[in-house]
Design a protein around this ligand. Sequence first.
Ligand code: ZN
Length: 210
Amino acid sequence: MIESCGVPHPEVDLILVNGMPVDFDYGVMSDAEIELYPPGIGHPHFKEKRLQIATIGRFVADGHLGRLTRNLRLLGFDVAYDSQAQDRQLLAVMKHENRALLTRDRRLLMYAIVKTGYYPRSQNADEQTIEVIRRFDLLGSIAPFTRCLRCNAPLQKVAKADIIEKLEPLTKIYYEQFRRCTGCRQIYWAGSHFTKLQKRLGQIRINFGS
Ligand SMILES: [Zn+2]
């Protein structure tokens, strides 16, 4: 009934029928006053009747959310992403790898198989990033510069001597600290990546008033 009004079930954290909390399988038999509360905001009571997981740090994002994916990886979060992925692949990765589904397709969030998911309201990737951090309570888990932006694998510190032949001449001169992707072997250093990252982090922290 709720979904027929256009609200996907992963966006509903608390349902009150005539003031009493109920689960998704509750059948409405007669006229009733139904209140819905989204995760995060809302009702001060019924904490034990919440229907959504409050925090999760593993995601799968739909093919339209490439920039959001990059932002979240930059902050250290594990985001599976394939720009060509079909709906059923997204749902399979979500289920088998226990990830929350991030999608701008509300219909997709309505599949019964979806336990945890989120529909970013904004079309802007930086705003979407803030929304996801807020929805899944991730501010304290941000670990910049720990995950590969290209393939999502963790980064590992690497000695300059071990990679020196792969560096451009100016990078060789100006940088000392390097990390290498444990998946695709891409090398990262505190150059332009880092400056952009600091700027974004600053913007995010301003949004959270910290
Ligand atoms: Zn990589």
